[in-house]
Design a protein around this ligand. Structure first.
Ligand code: TEU
Ligand code: CA
Length: 602
């Protein structure tokens, strides 16, 4: 373990030195908006804050770096790679769940909120990681999963004992119904996100409990003030250790519909919009803010499945004192109907960003992301991961992430242009969502295996969960174990951090440049956004302006060359970022190569 950690540290130190020379200061643009602030301290109407100008990097600890050779990523492994992350220029790390868990859903099923998962290390390892993050002037947000717990949490172990157990009302228990055939039936027609009914019958007390996700993830009953106080207490536990905020897992789901009636056929098309809009959602979030968040200088970002862009201000308008921002799923799921992969169009994506701009005023901050641990790889979903286009399209996507309006979120490995995994059989998958779906859809005789696997290969969450590819040694340098918990993408021999650190033209160094640009340009944080050609099927071109600071971003979302004429008043004066070396100074229409991205200041 020490050898690996040292090797990681050395690589990081070398990288840190190299990049420090080239990269701009990673201090968030917030510190550079002084001259732009009006008397009220606002910048273009926005209240500047550290989490608005920060760039966030998500770490999925299971797959980031193994330090003790057991094939599973851990906290010491992350600590050994902090210089790599600092060198990239990111400001905030979002750590996916690190708590004690039986891993039915890889940590999103928490058994003890105040204990570090044994496989990930100890609380001392967490403290060392946090100290290492702070020493590099970065911040840490952790994953708050409080819509549900593990069924092995002691609250649930108690709750299921008897109907009068003091913990019974920590969860949502209901008697079933009796069907026309006289058989027992669940209380309503809710379905789990991971296949099957959202209700599990428990013989011990002859009732069903609700689980909107896995059977081993019973939903907490937020109507119970004791549950809410337990959550606020565990939040304070981590905030008092110095954590800088939370990413909140499916947080809009915490308020359930009174009486839990069946979903109507229309609601069954978008059950998340029923689950995410319960009547007490905002009351609970305002109480959480009043009791906890408002007492700390922290960042809160809610994962908001089921909340439409029109509804978004209800959760993020700063006058409502709920959350700082949320992840809206419209863009990241433009390529899916439910779980079925579908093609998408660039005008369709641009229309979503136009809606973001229209729905969110200067009181409502946004996030910019197109990947995470629940979605396939960025370059495979929104770029083109064929060898001839992978690097250029990965850089183009980085350009978009760093120049749209909102806090950008980079998912681990996307800074290397890591791609989807070439899955062949269901046995190669780990994800409960994939395996439960196989059980129900394929073994249930509803979907041919080949069709299920073809779709799964494109949309599976496991695409993003294969281990980080650090170098060309065995298992990509992720682990010294013979077998990692999930196979490393075989393309690690060519796509890996070591090779990219050594290549100044790599996706990694491009991300570092794009992040540095984001940091030195308040207009890219707080500036107005204007789409120059919403219906153009191939080119995404927009401006970001803040007073006299004006940027033009032009992205060719195709392998085919494109010509783009600039509207009056918009000029390609000074190229400040480009992913190909063909951006000649042009006065007339721009001539873009396939997957070419350019950012001009004018
Ligand atoms: O995800 C909730 C969620 O919306 C996704 O799981 C989505 O429903 C799923 O990917 C369907 O395609 C959060 C976590 O990010 C996810 O990893 C967990 O599995 C889930 O909640 C339960 O905690
Ligand atoms: Ca390990």
């Amino acid at each position: 373990m020490r050898e690996l950690a040292v090797r990681g540290m050395v690589a990081g130190l070398v990288l840190g030195a190299v990049l420090a020379a080239g990269a701009q200061a990673t201090s968030p643009a917030g510190s550079q908006t002084k001259g732009l602030q009006t008397g009220s301290g606002l910048v273009n109407g926005y209240q500047p804050t550290w989490w608005k100008s920060a760039v966030v990097y998500q770490v999925y600890p299971r797959s980031f770096q193994d330090s003790n050779g057991d094939g599973i990523g851990d906290l010491r492994g992350i600590t050994a790679r902090l210089d790599y992350l600092h060198g990239l220029g990111v400001d905030v790390l979002w750590l996916s769940p690190h708590y004690d868990s039986p891993n039915a859903d890889n940590g999103y099923d928490i058994r003890d909120y105040r204990k570090v998962m044994t496989e990930f290390g100890t609380m001392a390892d967490f403290d060392a990681l946090l100290a290492g993050i702070k020493a590099r002037h970065m911040k840490l947000i952790i994953d708050l999963v409080v819509n549900h717990t593990s069924d092995e949490h002691h609250w649930f172990v108690e709750s299921r004992q008897s109907k009068n157990n003091p913990y019974r009302d920590y969860y949502i228990w209901r008697p079933g119904k009796v069907g026309p055939d006289g058989k027992r039936m669940p209380p309503n027609n809710y379905r789990s996100a991971f296949s099957g009914s959202a209700w599990q019958y428990d013989p011990q007390t002859g009732e069903y409990y609700l689980h909107l996700f896995a059977i081993k993830q019973p939903d907490l009953n937020w109507e119970n003030p004791k549950v809410r106080q337990e959550v606020y207490s565990l939040m304070r536990f981590w905030l008092d250790k110095g954590v800088d905020g939370f990413r909140m897992d499916v947080i809009p789901y915490i308020s359930k519909q009174p009486g839990l009636p069946d979903l109507t056929p229309a609601q069954q098309q978008h059950p998340d919009q029923v689950f995410g809009n319960g009547p007490r959602r905002d009351e609970f979030l305002q109480e959480m803010n009043r009791e906890v968040l408002s007492h700390y200088d922290v960042m809160s970002v809610g994962e908001a499945a089921g909340v439409t862009l029109a509804q978004e201000p209800a959760l993020v308008d700063d006058r409502r004192h709920e959350l700082n921002m949320i992840f809206n799923f419209d863009a990241v799921r433009i390529n899916r109907d439910g779980k079925q992969w579908k093609d998408w169009t660039l005008p369709g994506l641009k229309a979503i960003y136009a809606q973001h701009a229209a729905q969110l005023d200067t009181h409502s901050w946004d996030t910019v992301f197109l990947s995470n641990h629940d979605n396939p790889r960025l370059v495979s979903s929104f770029g083109d991961d064929r060898p001839e286009y992978r690097v250029a399209s990965a850089k183009l996507l980085a350009t978009m992430l760093m120049t749209l309006r909102g806090t950008p979120f980079v998912y681990q490995g996307d800074e290397l242009g890591m791609t989807n995994y070439p899955f062949q059989s269901i046995n190669e998958y780990n994800d409960i969502e994939a395996k439960n779906g196989w059980q129900e859809d394929v073994l249930g005789g509803h979907v041919p295996a080949a069709d299920y696997l073809a779709n799964l290969r494109r949309m599976s969450r496991d695409n993003a969960r294969t281990p980080m590819q650090w170098d060309a040694t065995a298992n990509g340098g992720f682990t010294t174990a013979a077998k990692p918990w999930l196979a490393v993408n075989p393309n690690f021999t060519t796509i890996n951090a070591s090779a990219e650190l050594a290549d100044p033209d790599s996706v990694y160094h491009y991300y570092a440049q794009a992040i540095a640009l984001h940091h030195r340009a308040p207009a890219l944080v707080y500036g107005d956004y204007r789409d120059l050609d919403p219906t153009n099927p191939q080119v995404f071109a927009y401006t970001r302006t803040l007073g006299q600071e004006r940027y033009l971003v032009v992205l060719n979302f195709s392998e085919k060359p494109a010509e783009f004429a600039l509207p009056p008043g918009v000029r390609a004066d000074r190229l400040v970022l480009g992913n190909l070396h063909t951006a000649a100074a042009e006065t007339g229409p721009l001539h873009l190569q396939g997957w070419e991205a350019r950012v001009y200041q004018y």
